[in-house]
Design a protein around this ligand. Structure first.
Ligand code: HEM
Length: 402
């Protein structure tokens, strides 16, 4: 079971976060937080500007953040924490293997996995839709994509649970908390590292049609990925691609429940499901904050920021900036265009966004097809992940009618 059983009960996360984003914005688009010693960037235009300039605003936080020996290996292929030109080299190589065609080709498998997961609760009118569907779906998809044997999918689920427990972190973790958390997950990191290296060796000897085999042969200007870079990328997929998608699905269902009539609108016109997914992404971004480090002195919205400062870039606050969105505090599944920043912006724009969107659309369509109604009978039974790690529902008991 996933950790966050030190859980925040609804409605706290759903109500507290928007209030917090609003009060952050009220203090100005950019400001210094004395208590935490970080700069907070909250206005849409400034958030987009920071993310669009990776030279000034570095993604490599290692000079100012705690690190851990066991993570050094993972950092090699983990290009979300890299700056140009290393970032470009790795992203280009990996893009050769993880093409739009590969993602599109996953649709039938995603449909089959969703159907199998929902078949397992076919005799029940009440079940936890996160445990039944939202949690296992993305991890099975990633494991299948990598060509991991079905018997080992359980290992991936366990690792993901440990990495995302947030057990060691309070609601406002400091550097010492982060160090303790890294220490606690180090054994899992070593285990994953060994497993993935073994899987790479196996695929080198027995290539298949899977992503791991494709990563082994991807080549740009005669350069190939090193084994350790593939391990780091697999870890990145697991971290960036699993719990975020779980969060998206859970957040969709809880938000629809809080806005009665939404499921009816989507059932009447399933063509609206993609726009509804975008609005859920805007409304509750799974990663509401990204970290950046100033690589040089810079002036942002009139503030002089010294080099090596930590910036928290608030996607959640930017997504509700009235300067960019009409009626930003209204949840509107027909909103279009919807230029939310939930997948980031610029060179680090989420690499897995097409896959996350595909999984969410397929899962929601299947839920709409199978059930006439999906109701959250008691909001007291909903639990959330530790919001300092990720904004997402962890347990969501629902009642369905067929
Ligand atoms: C990057 C969010 C799903 C793989 C990012 C970034 C965000 C994000 C905000 C930018 C980070 C930054 O600029 O520092 C999300 C959300 C998801 C999701 C909200 C689901 C709702 C996925 C999936 C995968 C994935 C399914 C892969 C299977 C990645 C990778 C990067 C990334 C590899 C790094 C890109 C780079 O640095 O160039 N994601 N993600 N993500 N995401 Fe996602």
């Amino acid at each position: 079971m996933v950790a966050s059983e030190q859980l925040t009960q609804t409605p706290s996360v759903l109500d507290v976060l928007p209030d917090r984003w609003q009060s952050l914005r009220a203090a100005g688009p950019v400001g210094y937080d004395d208590a935490q010693g970080v700069w907070r960037v909250v206005g849409y235009a400034d958030v987009a500007a920071v993310l669009a300039d990776p030279v000034t605003y570095s993604s490599d936080l290692s000079p100012i953040a705690p690190t851990q020996q066991d993570f050094e290996a993972f950092r090699q292929g983990n290009f979300v924490g890299m700056d140009p030109p290393e970032h470009r080299k790795l992203r280009t190589l990996v893009s050769q293997a993880f093409t739009p065609r590969v993602v599109h080709g996953l649709a039938p498998r995603i449909e089959a996995v969703c159907a199998r997961l929902l078949d397992a609760v076919a005799d029940r009118d009440r079940f936890d839709v996160v445990d039944a569907l939202a949690y296992p779906l993305p991890i099975i998809v990633i494991a299948e994509l990598l060509g991991v044997p079905a018997g080992d999918h359980r290992l991936f689920q366990e690792w993901a649970s440990t990495l995302f427990s947030g057990d060691q972190l309070g609601e406002a973790p400091d550097m010492a908390d982060l160090e303790r958390a890294l220490e606690a997950i180090a054994p899992t990191v070593r285990e994953m590292n060994d497993y993935v290296l073994g899987h790479i060796r196996h695929r080198r000897a027995h290539p298949g049609d899977d992503l791991t085999s494709k990563l082994l042969t991807a080549e740009v200007d005669g350069v190939r990925l090193r084994d350790q870079e593939i391990v780091g990328f697999v870890a990145l997929l697991l971290v960036a691609g699993h719990i975020t998608t779980t969060a998206l699905l859970g957040n969709a269902l809880v938000t629809f429940d809080r806005h009665p009539g939404t499921l009816g609108v989507l059932r009447d016109d399933p063509g609206k499901v993609p726009d509804a997914v975008e609005e859920v992404l805007r409304w509750l971004p799974p990663f509401p904050e990204l970290g950046r480090r100033t690589a040089r002195p810079v002036v942002l919205s009139g503030h002089e920021i010294p080099p090596d400062s930590l910036l928290m870039v608030h996607l959640g606050a930017a997504n509700r900036d009235p300067a960019r969105f009409t009626a930003p505090e209204a949840f509107d599944v027909t909103r279009s265009p919807n230029p939310h920043l939930t997948f980031g912006h610029g060179i680090h724009f989420c690499f897995g966004a097409p896959l996350a969107r595909l999984e969410a659309r397929i899962a929601l369509n299947l839920l709409l097809n199978r059930f006439c109604s999906i109701v959250v009978p008691s909001h007291d039974d909903i639990t959330f992940q530790n919001p300092s790690v990720i904004v997402g529902v962890r347990h969501l008991p629902v009642e369905v009618t067929r």
